[in-house]
Write a protein that binds this ligand. Structure first.
Ligand code: G
Ligand code: G
Ligand code: MN
Ligand code: NA
Length: 250
């Protein structure tokens, strides 16, 4: 059967699930929040990664409804967790350009009584490329609500520096291709240092993603990065496991 049909059914039958990967403040390794990562529980295929189905649902527009479900579910979890923790959701460019994305976000927050500052929206640089004017309006709307904006996979797209100038961002996630390298690699270290220093001047928080070893963790600390994320620190986990992790920290 067509995967498009299956995806629509999955949404109707609640076959999607959010997993949560922790963020830790550096250098203390204090838990500060989670990134929500979408999964599709498929009876035949098992857990399917969004890398497989997001492009398809972007092409047929279903990503708008899937994205609304993600926002709803993220806010539902936020309402259950301590107020010092935040959740970041990944948003597709198609979703941002759909009618009233800002309204969708505001509704989800209101329905669950969650403060806007606890929600972050992660965008890729690619999402920022087309139709900058419309996107700029959407980001302004989100910031007016109090929602934080993060640029995902920073350094892999093009025109990154123009985006830093043109959009008001709250966080930069330094792409894991700069993080999960041999720490003897001076080039990556120089990039991490340069990005964190630039971000500091712009009053933007930096997140190093894809931290897999203690050495990489230490390098991030030395470079003045604010937040770390990666398999070393914590893998994506289901909501129950995330809640257990939270209670362990309290
Ligand atoms: O978790 P994983 O490595 O499988 O994620 C693969 C890709 O899917 C990543 O680029 C991630 O940003 C993206 N992704 C994860 N969850 C969502 C989501 O809820 N919406 C969108 N649009 N992309 C997501
Ligand atoms: O594009 P985005 O950064 O949203 O993608 C997040 C994806 O990266 C998630 O699917 C997650 O599973 C994956 N990821 C998270 N931490 C690590 C890590 O330490 N190493 C690797 N290889 N992948 C990671
Ligand atoms: Mn992300
Ligand atoms: Na990323």
């Amino acid at each position: 059967r067509q995967i498009e049909v299956e995806l629509a059914e999955a949404l109707a039958q609640d076959a999607f699930e959010l997993h949560f990967q922790p963020f830790y403040a550096l250098p203390a390794r204090r838990l500060i929040g989670f990134e929500a990562l979408l999964r599709w529980r498929n009876p035949a295929l098992g857990m399917v990664s969004p890398a497989e189905f997001v492009p398809i649902s972007e092409a047929n527009g279903l990503i708008v409804d899937i994205g609304a479900w993600v926002l709803e579910e993220a806010c539902r979890q936020l309402a259950r967790w301590p107020v010092h923790l935040h959740v970041a959701v990944n948003a597709s460019a198609v979703q941002l350009r759909s009618a009233d994305f800002v309204g969708q976000v505001a509704d989800a927050l209101r329905r669950h009584g969650v403060e806007a500052r606890r929600l972050e929206v992660e965008l890729t640089e690619t999402a920022m490329v087309e139709d900058g004017r419309l996107l700029s309006e959407v980001l302004k709307g989100l910031r007016r609500l109090g929602v934080r904006i993060a640029m995902d996979d920073f350094g892999t797209g093009y025109s990154s520096l123009a985006h830093l100038r043109d959009f008001e961002l709250d966080r930069i996630k330094i792409d894991r291709s700069f993080i999960d390298t041999d720490v003897a690699d001076l080039g990556s270290r120089a990039v991490i240092r340069a990005v964190t220093s630039l971000a500091q001047d712009l009053n933007i928080l930096t997140i190093g993603e894809g931290v897999e070893t203690e050495e990489q963790f230490q390098r991030l600390v030395e470079c003045g990065c604010d937040v770390g994320q990666g398999y070393l620190l914590g893998r994506p986990m289901d909501a129950a496991a995330a809640s257990r992790l939270i209670s362990l920290q309290m």
